[in-house]
Ligand binder design. Sequence first.
Ligand SMILES: [Zn+2]
Length: 205
Amino acid sequence: MPSGRLPVVNPWRFETNQATVQIKVDTYYTKVWKQAISTWNSKKVFTFKVISGPAQITILPAQSNEAALVKDNYVGVAYVDHDSTKRIISVQLHLVNALLKKNSYTTSQRVNVAEHELGHAMGLAHNPSKQSVMYKTTRYVSVQPVDVKNVRELYSIPASQYFINSPATTSSTANKDLITDKAGDRLFKSPFETRTVEPAQILFY
Ligand SMILES: [Zn+2]
């Protein structure tokens, strides 16, 4: 990318522009996530395929870690595991119900946050522009043309050119190859995951 511009895509992605998704949340949040998935799928740049069994992307409620996420004001979280070839291995997404509720997010605003987390799942980074679903404190903005363009560009590079080497390492050896570099104050990585967390956006009118 040109120097001086902040990256809007992370240096990792799925093999192709599709991934399976397993949704393991209650009826209300299943509706929220399915709406976000429909929004992205309608843009025709990436296909999320909802299945009933184990999938590449798993959507779960925040559970044991919810109190910590609420304390730190995170309304959504994306955990993205990727290996040294830049391939995404697996993704876990959460919406933090307690905080969304406390801050009176409407259903459509929760869908916007879900769209943002799905953006991370595809490989998008935060966008400094407020006119992007990938703005770090997204609440009011749905998927924008710039977001569609960024996904299209990320997946327009042939896998043979994009990934560092091929074929992908097996899942049993992938963990030791996980990237451990760190970038951005809202992006935390451990040896086993890239953790992207979303602060709640609270406006003072
Ligand atoms: Zn984010």
